[in-house]
Design a protein. Structure first.
Ligand SMILES: [Zn+2]
Length: 222
């Protein structure tokens, strides 16, 4: 039996039962993860942690064309810019969870800096021989009735993306979603779609927040 990992609710998901999700629709920035500041004892200077360089690579891109392909490529560019920045490093290693601790939920026993380094190594579980690369195998599908933004499983490189959400997304939302799914490819999971402190969600939120800022300030190099 395949274990499917559903990635619900990155940013604009509607869940009528859940007020928290309803808030996310109008106030997505409530979900911007916490971080320790340099004035706090737990703060770790980014210079203390080694960083590699990651290239974002579209390996197999299925179902995207025209505007959707353009949006995807902008998201790739944003993602690569974000993950290689010092700010991203700072925000991941100094991530503060909702209990005020410097650790991710469902962290497999790894510290923030170990998770950062695992991320920057770029060795997907199913493709560990390509360090330094974020390899993407994407398929666009359409389910107008589903609340699922995208999904993947631990048994395949392929990530499915629902057109229902993708069509309205900004490239920064797409970059956030891609980051979330890719953290799954590194073997990190979340207990539920509400585990905002998990590595897939928290890193996805960090990427989305930074990517949106880059988009707005037009710093994106075409
Ligand atoms: Zn997920």
């Amino acid at each position: 039996m395949k274990k499917w990992i559903f990635s619900v609710a990155l940013l604009f998901t509607l869940d009528i039962q859940d007020l928290k999700f309803q808030k996310m629709i109008s106030h997505p920035h409530e979900v911007v993860p916490g971080r320790f500041s340099p004035s706090e004892a737990q703060y770790l200077t980014p210079e203390a942690v080694h960083a590699g360089y990651l290239s974002v690579k579209g390996m197999k891109i299925d179902g995207f064309s025209g505007e959707s392909l353009k949006k995807l490529n902008t998201a790739f560019t944003l993602l690569e810019k974000v993950v290689n920045s010092n700010e991203f490093k700072d925000r991941v290693i100094n991530f503060k969870n909702q209990s005020g601790l410097r650790e991710f939920a469902s962290n497999k026993g790894l510290t923030n800096e170990e998770i950062y380094q695992t991320f920057m190594e770029g060795r997907e579980i199913l493709q560990s021989n390509t360090p330094g690369e974020m390899n993407y195998y994407l398929k666009l599908y359409y389910n107008p009735f589903s609340r699922v933004i995208g999904y993947t499983s631990g048994e395949t490189n392929l990530i499915h993306i629902n057109w229902r959400f993708f069509k309205n997304y900004q490239p920064s939302n797409v970059a956030a979603n891609l980051a979330h799914e890719w953290v799954h490819k590194l073997g990190f999971d979340h207990a539920s779609a509400k585990e905002h402190d998990s590595a897939p969600y928290a890193i996805g939120y960090i990427v989305g927040d930074m990517a949106e800022r880059i988009l707005k300030s037009n710093q994106l190099i075409h």
